[in-house]
Design a protein around this ligand. Structure first.
Ligand SMILES: Cc1cc2nc3c(=O)[nH]c(=O)nc-3n(C[C@H](O)[C@H](O)[C@H](O)COP(=O)(O)O)c2cc1C
Length: 284
């Protein structure tokens, strides 16, 4: 099981010592044009997680490729670039500019931008034509049947799934004004974990794609639960803001969580959590 960061939750150039604990670094989502993101406040705490409405603040693809990517390469860590946009063409053009990285993650699920996107499968198909790099489709659990979307992106040529993105949510300040200037934002952190586990399990049952599981992972035990649902790898997001040492800590805890659960390695946990509800198959 590899440990990655969740997109947007770590700036590897600002904190290379955190990035070096990871098996691969995933960038903040890159869009065609530079974006300043939404007006502040764009982060708020809730009882069991956080809300963000960053709004895909990023330098845009030209500056990313010319300036950020070469500096990221110098870190010597396998790189995944998260790609975003507002139509299939946006995504495909960015994908065609990317080389010398391990994988592309297609952000098909940002809750913090207003523009309607083309369908997930259309976007994946366009990117498949534009790039031979492994394509991971990052999906949202807001869809009523995430496994159906997973099957559609698999048929369109995705090589893997990243599950899940934040869920749209709202929080209020003392005067009952929305805590975020935008009104709503994306909920992340522990509140998301049970939703994410279900999404991973459903997609693992309905596709053979490798899955990077994320959503509220804080401990090695959490990571093992994602493995039990069929995740091959996991990503750490919100936890990194509170604990920059989380990747190393989770790796150590994962070994003892396996021991507690009586499995030799995380991959062996997948068969334990199988129930009649999910139990169609366990791909190798
Ligand atoms: C501050 C912040 C910024 C984020 N930015 C992005 C982003 O640019 N692209 C993306 O695909 N997901 C983004 N996410 C979602 C995370 O990658 C992840 O899917 C989500 O937070 C669930 O994981 P967690 O509960 O461990 O944080 C962001 C999350 C947070 C908290």
């Amino acid at each position: 099981m590899r440990i990655l960061n969740a997109s947007g939750c770590l700036d590897a150039l600002a904190a290379p010592e955190v990035a070096r604990q990871l098996d691969a670094f995933v960038t903040k989502t890159v869009t065609p044009l530079p974006r300043e993101g939404n007006a502040p406040p764009r982060i708020a705490e809730t009882a069991h997680g956080m809300l963000n409405a960053i709004g895909l603040a990023n330098p845009g693809r030209e500056r990313f490729v010319a300036d950020h990517l070469p500096r990221l390469r110098e870190l010597g860590i396998p790189l995944w670039v998260s790609v975003g946009g507002f139509c299939a063409e946006d995504y495909a053009v960015t994908c065609s500019l990317l080389a010398g990285i391990e994988a592309i993650e297609l952000n098909l699920s940002c809750p913090n931008v207003d523009e309607a996107a083309d369908s997930a499968a259309e976007i994946v198909a366009a990117c498949r034509r534009a790039s031979e790099l492994p394509l991971y489709a990052k999906l949202s659990a807001a869809h009523p049947d995430i496994a159906e979307v997973a099957q559609a992106v698999a048929a369109a040529g995705a090589d893997g799934l990243s599950l899940i993105n934040t869920l749209r949510a709202v929080a209020f300040d003392r005067q009952l004004r929305p805590a975020l200037a935008r009104g709503s934002g994306g909920l992340s952190g522990p509140a998301l974990k049970p939703v994410a586990l279900h999404a991973v399990r459903a997609c693992h049952t309905e596709t053979v794609l490798p899955i990077v599981g994320m959503g509220g992972i804080q401990t090695g035990r959490d990571a093992l639960e994602f493995a039990a649902c069929g995740a091959r790898d996991i990503a750490l997001g919100t936890v990194l803001f509170a604990d920059p040492g989380a990747p190393s800590r989770v790796r150590v805890e994962l070994a003892s969580a396996c021991e507690d659960a009586g499995v030799a390695k995380p991959e062996d946990a997948a068969s334990l959590a199988k129930t009649p509800e999910t139990g169609r198959k366990v791909p190798a």
